[in-house]
Design a protein. Structure first.
Length: 460
């Protein structure tokens, strides 16, 4: 828009310069021609002849646009249609610009601008030849007003057009952004709409849609490969594990029993890792929302925490629960239960004996916020972004059993539900915060209960 406005400004300036310059040069050329003609008359007829020609021209057109003043050496008028030499005029490059008024002997109701040239006649005589440029100045002002008005209208139209174009562009970009965000959150069936105008945005939308189609085909291929792997590998692993377990029942030697039991545990760990990888892969590929339904998250969290009460008691840990009643969300109940259980299990596992664990659920800024805080070993700040990577384990936790897939699975479930997971320092320990979209809340009453190191609070 700035370039367009600058171009218009330059164009208007050129038009003004060309128009005013042409009219000014025409006036100057007319005056120059008058001077040349009078000089020729002076050469042919002498001083008296020049005076006669000036008087004749003035008499022929007393109110004309031509201005003459022929004076003696002491500026006494000899001939002309003004009586006094203009002393207050402005001289520019040999040209005299002044105002015709009554003081100069100009017989007109209004003062008028004039432009003249001075010609020195031999003997010290002075000849002023000029033109009334009132019409020229009026036209010049008219052109200036027209150009200024035109520039104002052009600028206004440019602003309106720019705003409309920017809004149109912003709307189309926003549509692309919104669609892309929904696709990134798992809805791979969406495509970017086009207007059928075949402009750059339509071409971009078509290219992106073709890319999405190709990605979808590749991901479907990966999905089929994963299903084949699940069928071809998981089943043999399960059979192997069952055979090892049957062998364990038949082995009588204690050393051999320990070896077979270790092999069974390793097989269980391998199957658990394998199943976790498949679940993460399917969730990251967009997952299926067929099992999404409305459920009471408050009750689910209380049920999950109840499962771990005995585990916390065994480690003399204090488990505090503060849950706002009847908070409901829309999602996969089983996946959310698995996620919550995973986080509570981690908190208990990495918190030492006599430690504290708190679980809170409430509404915050239109979001359902679940936080689980512990007083355990925590996660260094520089490693918090890495713990969601598959198989990554913090150095301080390598002594604990696990495969480094728990938080990867949690993140996949949270993203499937269009939520967000955050890690922060509890000094000591870690705070894991899940934020999920709010569905509804039903008013309830606060309930407080304390037993065997367990504190439960369910506020309204």
């Amino acid at each position: 828009m700035v370039l367009f406005a600058t171009s218009v400004f330059i164009l208007m300036g050129f038009i003004y310069w060309a128009t005013a310059g042409y009219m000014s040069s025409q006036t100057d050329e007319t005056i120059e021609a008058e001077i040349v003609g009078l000089a020729e008359q002076y050469q042919r007829q002498g001083l008296n002849g020049l005076i006669s020609v000036i008087r004749e021209r003035v008499a022929r057109d007393p109110n004309g646009k031509a201005i003459y003043l022929f004076t003696a050496r002491d500026f006494i008028k000899l001939a002309g249609n003004i009586d006094k030499w203009p002393e207050e005029g402005e001289v520019q490059e040999g040209w005299l610009n002044f105002t015709l008024n009554e003081e100069l002997g100009w017989h007109n109701e209004l003062d008028r601008p004039a432009r003249a040239r001075v010609f020195i006649v031999p003997g010290g005589l002075r000849l002023l030849v000029g033109r009334d440029v009132n019409e020229f100045m009026a036209v010049k002002e008219l052109v200036e007003r027209a150009i200024n008005l035109g520039m104002a209208i052009t600028f206004m139209l440019a602003m309106i057009g720019g705003v409309m174009m920017s809004r149109s562009t912003a709307r189309r970009v926003e549509i692309i952004n919104q669609t892309s965000q929904k696709i990134m959150k798992g809805n791979l069936s969406l495509r970017i709409p086009d207007r059928g105008t075949n402009d750059d945005f339509d071409q971009l939308a078509r290219n992106l849609n073709e890319m999405l189609d190709r990605i979808f085909q590749l991901m479907e291929g990966i999905k089929h490969v994963s299903d084949n792997i699940a069928h071809d590998l998981r089943t043999p692993l399960t059979r192997l594990r069952n055979k090892l377990e049957n062998t364990l029942l038949k082995v009588e030697n204690e050393v051999q029993r320990e070896l077979v039991a270790s092999a069974v545990a390793e097989a269980d760990q391998l199957l658990a890792t394998f199943n976790a990888l498949l679940r993460i892969a399917r969730l990251e590929m967009g997952g299926r929302t067929d099992n999404f339904k409305r459920f009471n998250l408050s009750n689910l969290l209380l049920d999950s925490a109840e499962l771990y009460e005995l585990v916390a008691e065994d480690k003399q840990q204090t488990l505090r629960i503060r849950v706002q009643k009847d908070i409901e969300i829309h999602g996969d109940k089983d996946l959310i239960f698995q996620t919550v259980s995973n986080l509570i299990d981690n908190a208990i596992k990495y918190t030492p004996n006599d430690g504290d664990i708190s679980i809170e659920l409430d509404l915050h800024d239109k979001l359902v916020r679940l936080s689980i805080a512990d007083s355990g070993i925590g996660i260094p700040e520089e490693e918090r972004s890495k713990v969601f990577d598959r198989f990554y384990r913090v150095a301080k936790s390598r002594s604990q059993p696990g495969n480094g897939l728990g938080l990867s699975l949690v993140q996949a479930v949270v993203e499937l539900h269009q939520g967000e997971i955050k890690l922060s320092d509890n000094e000591p320990g870690l705070i894991v915060t899940l934020e999920l979209p709010e569905i509804d809340i039903v008013e309830g009453n606060e309930i407080k209960n304390e037993q065997a190191g367990i504190e439960v609070s369910t506020p309204a």
